[in-house]
Design a protein around this ligand. Structure first.
Ligand SMILES: CC(C)(COP(=O)(O)OP(=O)(O)OC[C@H]1O[C@@H](n2cnc3c(N)ncnc32)[C@H](O)[C@@H]1OP(=O)(O)O)[C@@H](O)C(=O)NCCC(=O)NCCS
Length: 211
């Protein structure tokens, strides 16, 4: 992708999807220093806040090159950073990108990611006009697979022994979601309705200002 797309702020009922910055280093470290979060992740568990600083620098670099869009998930109620979600490997020529996400351990079990991802998917298929979204998930990562399948992602392939960044060789399940599947799905309609019902001041993703 030749030019970076400036990261827009998106909103859902309980969350603000916003750019990460230097004030998030402690929160990022708190999230990614927990081995439960990085159990099926593609990079090692953080051991010091310097790792979070390096991650932020890498995110900024990839975003400037237009290869990544990464949002912090800020809980609107109290401003806490509960997680992150991203579009990586953005390829505008082939109109595809890869979705990634993580929640701090304290934020599991509240439906935050199930709420955030439809906003991200909607943005990817409408504003960015992508044709296909992909996800690469360890076959043992049951909660991520449940989440993605609830959005309509389909398992397309099993790649053996693809990752070893965490010190353990891991397989990948590759999942895909096509724009026409999302745009025509009852999941999308139900989510849009739920989002607009639950907070009248929350704009839908495709009416949000772009960068
Ligand atoms: C993947 C991950 C984000 C899932 O977290 P999660 O809290 O289970 O996901 P959600 O935010 O969608 O919440 C769904 C859970 O909240 C519950 N929930 C509570 N209130 C809810 C609500 N209002 N709406 C929806 N679900 C709700 C659901 O029942 C579900 O729990 P269950 O799985 O026990 O049935 C989390 O496990 C994680 O960060 N893992 C580490 C990073 C990772 O592996 N990322 C993927 C790499 S590809």
């Amino acid at each position: 992708m030749p030019n970076a797309v400036r990261l827009p702020e998106l909103t859902s009922a309980r969350l603000r999807l916003r750019p990460l910055d230097g004030t998030d280093i402690d929160a990022l470290f708190a999230i990614f220093s927990n081995p439960e979060i990085t159990r099926y992740w593609s990079s090692a568990t953080m051991t010091s806040p310097a790792d979070a600083k390096a991650l932020l620098a890498e995110i900024e670099d990839l975003q400037a090159r237009g290869e990544l869009m990464e949002w912090g998930l800020e809980r609107r109620e109290d401003g806490a950073l509960v997680g992150t979600c991203s579009l990586s490997n953005i390829d505008l020529d082939n109109r595809r990108g890869e979705i990634g996400f993580a929640l701090g351990r304290f934020a599991w079990g509240h439906g935050y990611m199930r709420e955030a991802l439809p906003v991200l998917v909607e943005y990817a298929f409408t504003t960015l006009n992508l044709h296909r979204l992909e996800a690469d998930v360890d076959p043992r990562n049951a909660s991520s697979l449940r989440l993605l399948e609830s959005l309509g992602f389909k398992i397309e392939g099993h790649l053996r022994e693809r990752w070893q960044a965490t010190g353990e060789i891991q397989d990948s399940l590759f999942l895909g979601l096509l724009a026409r599947e999302w745009l025509g799905s009852s999941i999308r309609v139900a989510d849009s309705a739920r989002l607009s019902d639950s907070a009248s001041d929350v704009p839908s993703a495709n009416t949000l200002p772009q960068g």
